[in-house]
Each structure stands twice: as structure tokens, then as C-alpha cells.
Design a protein around this ligand. Structure first.
Ligand SMILES: Nc1ncnc2c1ncn2[C@@H]1O[C@H](COP(=O)(O)OP(=O)(O)OP(=O)(O)O)[C@@H](O)[C@H]1O
Ligand SMILES: [Mg+2]
Ligand SMILES: [Zn+2]
Length: 384
């Protein structure tokens, strides 16, 4: 009684506080309680407050970019009703593991029997079950962070909980994120459950470091490796979002964001968000550069020209300029290496010119080709 009063007051004083309190107990049982608090106290976010990467989280298989080798198999499994009970999603950050896990959870539980659905294997995103999963309120989708629930006690509690039947959906889905963080004992405790989970349970282990998972675990899971998207894919996804959001974005901004996102859609969307939060609906190369301290192409070219001309003094002067302007030296180095790599490719595999153009645009490609010419001239002169 006293506990419920305390909870009640806490609830009205600060729902976020109790949300955090339940989380800090690190017991996934409390995920249920958390969901109740969440659904009662936290109002749905207004559209304008949703950050881009959450707003543009793919909501069905067809929206997932660059992971067709995975989505096709999952769609097929749903079509044929051959759902596995334990999956492993591995791949670098921001490539769609959590998004696909949630889409799969919706698709295998979707309450819509067909009418109005895009396809039988896609979730309808309209029924109560899909909506609950999307808003994080579903009692039948549990997302467990293995980084903070890594011990044997948590896994024992999980083993008990999986036996309970789903509340509303057909299947109970457990997403265990950062699964490589579980302790050895916790993995051992999980083995048996993964091998013979109750019929109503689907496990999805997600990890950025699958090499750290014991072989005994990996061999019991159907393994999907998420691919790191190319710069071009990230560029296209940013272009798409800009169009939908009616944001004016120039090619330089697109190139910088997709390059520095380093294969993560989330980072690309997150970086775009950071700048947009300051500004109006405009993303120009110059403001992106200033915001992140990215050295301009002029400085990179200046450095490379000095290098090709074997003018060490000028090369050092450029480095000094970058440093004095407070620009990011790591990014400077990355840009130099990238330009050199592209020049090498243009030299050795000229057929790949179009691929490079897709990534950096026509204007940058022309500049690069001119630099390549300069490099060749200098190399030839030095060989004489
Ligand atoms: N394949 C993809 N297609 C389109 N957008 C994507 C894709 N992958 C990631 N995103 C974008 O990045 C955000 C984060 O994706 P998600 O949470 O699925 O990544 P993750 O692989 O689980 O990353 P982490 O390893 O950091 O947990 C999404 O909300 C979406 O905006
Ligand atoms: Mg994730
Ligand atoms: Zn549905």
C-alpha cells in the first residue's frame, strides 16, 4: 500500500523519474511496469519534436534500405509460416537491426487479416498490435539491453518470464540488444531456452560484435549479417528525407553528411538533425562544414598539391592553417585519404568513374580528375 502510494506520487511528480527508476532496477520484469507508466503518463510526442532518425525509422520491410538479403528471407518465412524461434542480427551500428526486429515482431503478430495491407508479409501499421509495438507500449515485445542486464540472475528471470503466454499478440518477441555483453554464465543459462523456446516465443539477439558471442550460442541461431550501407545509399536516404521534410539541401551538405556518417544511417540522420535544430529548413555545405569543423575541399586540395609538388613547406603551412582555424584534424586526414583513394581508383580502374561520381558528385569528380592529372605530371617529372 505504502509502496503504491509512493509510486503514485512519484508518478505525478515526475513520470520520467519513475521511468528511470524502474529502468535502473535492471530487471526485465519491470519492463512491464515501465510500459504501464509509459502508456499512462507520457503523452505521445508531437511530430515536430521527433528527431529525424526516429521519425524515419523504417516501419515496414520495403522501407529498409540495403538489407534486402535479410528482409527477403524474413518475408518469405512469414509467407510460408516458417518462423524460426531464435535469430541473430549482427552488423555495425545504425544499419537497421532494431528496426528490422521490430518490423518482424509486428509482421508476425499483426492483427490485420489482409484488407488494406500492402502485402501479406508486411505489418499493416494500423492495427492495435502494430501501433502498440511502434509506440513501445506492447506487452508482447520486450527489448532488453544486455549491457545493463548481463548477469545470470537477469537471464534466470527471463527464463521464467518467457513461459508466460503473450498478452494480446500471437507471439512474444524478445529483442536482446548488445547481446555480446552477456556474461559467460548468462549465456550458459540462456542456451537451453534458445534451443527449445516455448512455441509462442521468438528471440532476436542483436549485436555489433558477433565475434564475441560463444559459438554454442551462434550455432543455435539463424544468423543475419547486416551490411554497412555505401555513402551513396546514405546520400539517397538523406535526399529522400529532405524531400519529405521540404528541406533545401545542397550536394556538398549531402556529401559531407554521408561521408562522415561512416556507414550509419542513424549518424547521418542525427547529424542532419543537429544542424536543423539551429536553423530553418536549409542545409548548406558551408553550414554543415562550420558546424562540424570539417575542412573545406580547398584546404584538402591545397595540401595534396603541395604534396605532389614535393613542397613540404606549403604542406606544413596548410596543416597549420587547418589547426589554427580550429578545424577537425581527424576529418582532414580522412578527407585526404579519401581523395588519394579515389585518385588511385581513377588511375587503376577508370571504369569506376561513375561510382565515384555517384558518391561525390560531378563537380568534385572534375576537380579530382584535374588533381590526378597534376599528380601524374609530378610523378612523371620526378621519375625523369
Ligand atoms: N537499413 C536502413 N534503412 C533505412 N534507415 C535506416 C536503416 N538502418 C538504420 N536506419 C536509420 O537509423 C536509425 C537507427 O536504426 P536501428 O536502431 O535499426 O539501427 P541498429 O542497427 O539497431 O543500431 P545499433 O547497433 O546502434 O543499435 C533508424 O531509426 C533509421 O532512421
Ligand atoms: Mg539497435
Ligand atoms: Zn497490424
Amino acid at each position: 500500500m505504502i509502496l503504491s502510494l509512493i509510486l503514485y506520487f512519484n508518478l505525478w511528480i515526475n513520470p520520467i523519474k519513475i521511468f528511470g527508476f524502474l529502468d535502473s532496477l535492471n530487471l526485465h520484469y519491470f519492463a512491464y511496469a515501465r510500459k504501464i507508466v509509459y502508456s499512462v503518463c507520457i503523452m505521445p510526442e508531437k511530430d515536430s519534436h521527433i528527431v529525424l532518425y526516429r521519425k524515419y525509422r523504417p516501419r515496414n520491410f520495403s522501407e529498409v534500405i540495403g538489407q534486402e538479403h535479410i528482409t527477403e528471407i524474413l518475408k518469405n518465412a512469414i509467407k510460408l509460416n516458417r518462423i524460426n524461434h531464435a535469430y541473430l542480427f549482427s552488423g555495425s551500428r545504425g544499419t537497421g537491426k532494431t528496426s528490422v526486429a521490430r518490423i518482424f515482431a509486428k509482421a508476425i503478430n499483426c492483427g490485420d487479416s489482409g484488407a488494406g495491407k500492402i502485402a501479406a508479409f508486411e505489418p499493416c501499421n494500423k492495427c492495435a498490435i502494430c501501433e502498440e509495438i511502434d509506440s513501445g507500449r506492447s506487452f508482447d515485445l520486450m527489448e532488453i539491453d544486455a549491457a545493463s542486464n548481463r548477469g545470470i540472475d537477469e537471464i534466470r528471470a527471463l527464463r521464467e518470464a518467457v513461459r508466460l503466454h503473450p498478452l494480446r499478440a500471437r507471439n512474444k518477441v524478445y529483442i536482446i540488444d548488445e547481446a555480446h555483453m552477456l556474461t559467460k554464465e548468462a549465456f550458459n543459462a540462456l542456451l537451453k531456452t534458445l534451443e527449445e523456446p516455448p512455441a509462442h516465443v521468438v528471440f532476436i539477439l542483436a549485436t555489433t560484435e558477433f565475434e564475441k558471442l560463444p559459438e554454442t550460442i551462434v550455432s543455435r541461431l539463424q544468423h543475419f549479417k547486416f551490411r554497412k550501407p555505401s555513402e551513396y545509399m546514405i546520400k539517397k536516404s538523406l535526399e529522400n528525407i529532405a524531400k519529405k521534410e521540404k528541406i533545401l539541401i545542397d550536394d556538398e551538405a549531402l556529401n559531407i553528411l554521408s561521408f562522415f556518417a561512416d556507414g550509419s544511417f542513424r549518424d547521418a540522420h542525427g547529424m542532419a538533425d543537429q544542424i536543423l535544430s539551429l536553423n530553418e529548413k536549409k542545409l548548406m555545405g558551408e553550414s554543415v562544414r562550420n558546424f562540424f569543423g570539417v575542412p573545406s575541399g580547398v584546404l584538402v586540395r591545397e595540401f595534396l598539391s603541395s604534396l605532389f609538388e614535393k613542397n613540404a613547406e606549403n604542406a606544413f603551412k596548410t596543416i597549420n592553417k587547418v589547426y589554427n582555424q580550429g578545424l577537425d584534424m581527424k576529418m582532414f586526414l580522412k578527407l585526404i585519404l579519401r581523395n588519394l583513394r579515389f585518385m588511385l581508383i581513377l588511375n587503376l580502374a577508370p571504369d569506376m568513374e561513375k561510382d565515384i561520381e555517384d558518391i561525390i558528385g560531378k563537380e568534385q569528380l572534375d576537380i579530382l580528375k584535374a588533381e590526378k592529372g597534376l599528380m601524374e605530371e609530378n610523378l612523371m617529372n620526378s621519375g625523369k
